[in-house]
Design a protein around this ligand. Structure first.
Ligand SMILES: NC(=O)c1ccc[n+]([C@@H]2O[C@H](COP(=O)([O-])OP(=O)(O)OC[C@H]3O[C@@H](n4cnc5c(N)ncnc54)[C@H](OP(=O)(O)O)[C@@H]3O)[C@@H](O)[C@H]2O)c1
Length: 279
């Protein structure tokens, strides 16, 4: 596999760990396809994979990482604590399950997948158990996903480790400006899930016109917009040509006006569940 220098910038997390700003997501990649898709992504040049226990494909991601000829230390792997395992005494065993499934020695980043604020387990207690995973040396950073400002504030008030990242739904129809400003004010990196809204933003006339102007595809315009805003992204594709297309973001740039035009498309419109009510 290619060992040429990566064009992908790194983001330094609040504990000094570096994460590639562009990665590859494997939600809704069938386990039967995941090893091939992940190997394709690694061959194209991606060095950051985003999986989760919930996706049922951690093992196949791990197989691809092991089968590639790339040093483990050159690949950043994220996984997530699944919703049934929020009880503090279940967090470590769930994490051990992820370690066993991946079988790549350690996890770079482990996240609480959803805050589940209406469940009978307090996510602050879940977070304290996540913090204790750092002592074992098998995870380099811990963070959260789908946390709103109020959820984050409770962690900041009641816990000792500031989450390294907050992974949230973010795309041109849901720009999340307030939440990403809160993340950034507290040294929490924002990761954008569903960065192209699973394709729903790609026919937008503003985006197709920008794509024509810069001579790129609508997906590349949207992903480049996120790169320039500083978000960490990991578009998913099961299609080799799109895996290549989504990686080719570093030989063009949008002007400030073009970035602003995409940001102005915000409708506060989710494609996924609302974290305040999802249980
Ligand atoms: N933390 C969370 O709660 C959470 C929730 C959702 C997602 N995520 C993470 O975020 C990652 C990305 O989000 P996502 O998978 O929901 O959505 P996404 O990356 O916005 O979109 C994926 C969809 O877009 C298509 N696509 C990809 N590249 C394209 C291109 N260049 N042109 C046209 N269509 C394209 C894919 O089709 P094909 O596959 O058929 O090519 C797939 O249907 C996930 O894989 C996962 O790692 C996290």
């Amino acid at each position: 596999m290619s060992t040429s220098p990566s064009p992908v910038p790194s983001v330094t997390l609040n504990n000094g760990v570096e994460i590639p700003q562009l990665g590859f997501g494997v939600f809704q990649v069938d386990p039967a396809d995941t090893k091939r898709a992940t190997l394709d992504a690694l061959e194209v040049g991606y060095r950051h994979i985003d999986t989760a226990e919930m996706y049922r494909n951690e093992a196949q991601v791990g197989q691809a990482v092991r089968q590639s000829s790339i040093d483990r230390s050159d690949i950043f792997v994220t996984s997530k604590l699944n919703n049934p395992f929020h009880q503090p005494d279940q967090v470590r065993s769930a994490f051990e399950g992820t370690l066993i499934a991946l079988d790549i020695g350690y996890v770079d980043l482990f996240l609480i997948h959803w805050p589940l604020p209406t469940s009978d387990v307090d996510y602050l207690d879940t977070w304290r158990a996540m913090e204790s995973l750092l002592e074992g040396g098998r995870v380099r950073a811990v963070g959260v996903s789908n946390f709103q400002v109020g959820h984050l504030q409770r962690l900041l008030d009641g816990a000792s480790v500031v989450p390294a990242v907050n992974q949230i739904e973010l795309h041109p129809y849901l720009t999340q400006n307030q939440l990403r400003d809160f993340d950034s004010a507290h040294h929490i990196a924002t990761e954008a899930w569903s960065p192209i809204a699973r394709g729903k933003v790609l026919d937008d006339p503003v985006i197709t016109a920008l794509a024509a102007d810069v001579g790129r595809t609508p997906a590349q315009v949207v992903l480049r917009w996120q790169i320039q805003r500083g978000e960490i992204i990991f578009p998913k594709s099961n299609t080799r040509s799109r895996i290549e297309e989504n990686f080719a973001l570093f030989d063009f740039a949008l002007s400030d006006e073009q970035v602003a035009a995409v940001t102005a498309l915000n409708r506060d419109e989710r494609i996924g569940p609302n974290p305040d009510t999802f249980s």
